[in-house]
Design a binder for this molecule. Structure first.
Ligand code: ATP
Length: 607
């Protein structure tokens, strides 16, 4: 398949699924059937009943030809014809019941598996998500889960029915004529050989097809999120082309799958039909020589055709489904087999925590790339710690270690003297609020978004938090007030509004430790003042780590940590650092800037 160079979310090649054995797939997927065993038994039971009524068809046909037509037993015609109608009716009645139970079973199992996969997905480490494309993960949760379950439901049921039908047909066929029975089995080795070839070669084709589907979905997802950028840069034609490439990859890989099936399916059908031809040939000779009745031969042909070769053909179809499901299952198991972040840590803090934070000789690398080196810091309860430094210095990385979005590669972090690596993530994260630079809101109402901080908060608490975050006014002016919908990622609100809603959310959570990445996006002076006030209320009485961009925040901080190339190069209060005449004082002497980054940039230019 052609790969296409470009930015964004190519499916990570390292996330290629290892093939799984059919045994593993069936065993693991079978676990999901357990709670619905009675349904599975009922579908197979209905299938057997419907099969049994089906078996009456050749028998009654034989009676009509041999007894009614040949021997002139007219009296038998009406009862046999009515019996045949009855048999067909009952066959389809049980079929209908089977389909209904089977549908419910299928949807229940898909529901359980999808929930399970999603639950695991949510508990995987942030670092894992850094390597993946959202569209790929969506494909796994939606399409691949469906494919796996199709195998389980259709495969198990149809496979059982087909095997029973084949076994029943063989009994009738051998009872009727051992010679013809033997002839009917001649094509069997070819059918088995064909199935084996298909089974051994199909996995790769299906895997490539699933990967192509994922890659296309990943691009689609990325582009939908970046639709404004695509329009602003006028890149629609370029994106059309990129999407067409991915869609073409999918088209071609699907055609490869279909072509193999187009050879295999009819090939197997031909071998089956050749068997019927052989039976008819030898059977014709038997009838001519008077060793067999015409009706007996017709009944034999029906057994062989409907109850033997047709189910054999169906088993081939199931084999195709099995191979597709194997490829999909491997992709689903990739997620289920990933270790959760900190599954076994049970530690909790003695409540309420004071909010003392210490980093002891903490280092961190992204993969092989060292980012933080020997970080030591001590924040007393309620202090404001401002982190400043050039872009890429490691400020975000430093604070991301506190809620354990990433784990340090060396050293330890303590909250109130307790090493956080032994604490459960829930206990840890309940005590930390994160307000990021770009406020992320979920696609729901403003109320839902603020209550995300504490779902059981009362209306009064909600309004109090909103007032403190200076957003109550603008919310009440909206046509639907707190029930106004914010759109995807909060797209219907302005930057300043989104920021204040996210501050209200953090205020409601009321955690003793705060991580705040100050926004750099400029808003008008009035809004700036509203946000600043809201932030001051949020920081009050909390240990706050602020990735600071405003000089006003930095001036008021209890400690300023100057970070450069993953190390703390200077620390102290604003006045102390000015007096120290180091990097910070050089920075502060650069006039005419509001944002610290600009100063750093200018500093870099000066240096
Ligand atoms: P800024 O002020 O621009 O946000 P920062 O000081 O917060 O910068 P970090 O975001 O901590 O810097 O990034 C530190 C370094 O780590 C950067 O060089 C960045 O490229 C790298 N980095 C950040 N996140 C990841 C990630 N998820 N995987 C790999 N490398 C990363």
């Amino acid at each position: 398949m052609a790969s296409h160079p470009g930015y964004g979310s190519h499916t990570d090649p390292t996330f290629r699924s290892a093939p799984r054995s059919v045994g593993e797939v069936v065993r693991r997927v079978g676990v999901y059937l357990k709670p619905y065993l009675w349904m599975a038994v009922a579908t197979v039971g209905c299938a057997i009943l419907s099969l049994a009524f089906g078996f009456l068809y050749p028998r009654l046909t034989r009676v009509i030809i041999d007894d009614v037509i040949t021997q002139g037993r007219r009296d038998l015609l009406t009862p046999v014809a009515i019996g045949l109608l009855g048999a067909f009716f009952l066959r389809e009645l049980f079929n209908s019941i089977r389909i209904r139970i089977n549908n419910a079973l299928e949807q229940n199992v898909i529901f359980d598996m999808r929930r399970h996969v999603y639950a695991r997905l949510q508990r995987l480490p942030v670092a894992w998500f850094d390597q993946r494309a959202s569209g790929d993960l969506m494909t796994r949760v939606i399409e691949d889960v469906n494919n796996v379950e199709r195998l389980l439901i259709d495969g198990v049921e149809q496979g059982t029915v087909a095997l029973l039908s084949i076994a029943g047909a063989l009994v009738f066929m051998f009872m009727s004529s051992p010679l013809l029975g033997g002839i009917a089995l001649i094509p069997l080795p070819f059918l088995v050989g064909g199935a084996l070839w298909y089974t051994l070669t199909a996995h790769k084709r299906y895997r490539l097809q699933r990967e192509a589907a994922s890659a296309m979905n990943a691009l689609l997802m990325d582009n939908l999120q970046g639709i404004r950028q695509i329009k602003a840069f006028g890149r629609q034609s370029h994106e059309d082309e990129r999407f067409a490439q991915r869609a073409d990859d999918l088209r071609r890989s699907t055609l490869v799958v279909m072509r193999a099936w187009a050879n295999y399916g009819p090939g197997m059908q031909f071998i089956g039909a050749a068997g019927i031809g052989l039976v008819l040939w030898v059977g014709g000779v038997q009838v001519l020589n008077g060793r067999m009745e015409v009706g007996e031969l017709v009944a034999f042909m029906l057994y062989a055709g409907i109850f033997f070769y047709e189910p054999v053909g169906r088993l081939h179809g199931l084999n195709q489904m099995l191979q597709s499901a194997r490829a999909a299952a491997a992709r689903v198991f990739d997620i289920l087999d990933m270790p959760e972040e900190r599954p076994d840590r049970r530690g909790v803090f003695t409540k309420p925590i004071r909010g003392e934070v210490q980093y002891e000789n903490v280092s961190f690398s992204y993969g092989e790339r060292p980012i933080l080196r020997h970080i030591n810091l001590h924040a007393r309860p309620g202090e404001v710690v401002a982190l400043v430094g050039p872009t890429g210095a490691g400020k975000s990385t430093l604070v991301n270690l506190l809620p354990a979005f990433y784990e340090p590669t060396a050293g330890r972090i303590l909250i109130d003297g307790v090493d956080i690596s032994g604490v459960s993530l829930k206990a840890l994260r309940d005590n930390i609020s994160v307000v990021s630079q770009e406020a992320f809101l979920f696609n729901g109402t403003i109320r839902e978004n603020i209550l995300y901080g504490r779902t059981d908060a009362t209306e009064e608490e909600l309004i109090a938090a909103s007032r403190a975050a200076n957003c109550h006014e603008f919310i009440t002016r909206l046509p639907h007030g707190y029930d106004s919908r914010v759109g995807e990622r909060g797209v219907k609100l302005s930057v300043g509004e989104k920021q204040r809603v996210s501050i209200a959310r953090a205020l409601l959570k009321n955690a003793p430790i705060l991580i705040l990445d100050e926004a750099t996006a400029s808003v008008d002076t009035a809004t700036e003042k509203l946000i600043q006030e809201a932030l001051e209320r949020l920081m009050a009485n909390r240990t706050s780590f602020v990735i600071a961009h405003r000089l006003s925040t930095i001036r008021n901080a209890d400690q300023i940590l100057v970070i450069r190339q993953g190390q703390i190069v200077e620390r102290g209060r604003h006045d102390e650092l000015l007096a120290a005449n180091g990097l910070y004082s050089k920075l502060a002497r650069i006039q005419g800037t509001t944002f610290i980054e600009e100063s750093f940039q200018k500093l870099a230019d000066v240096e």
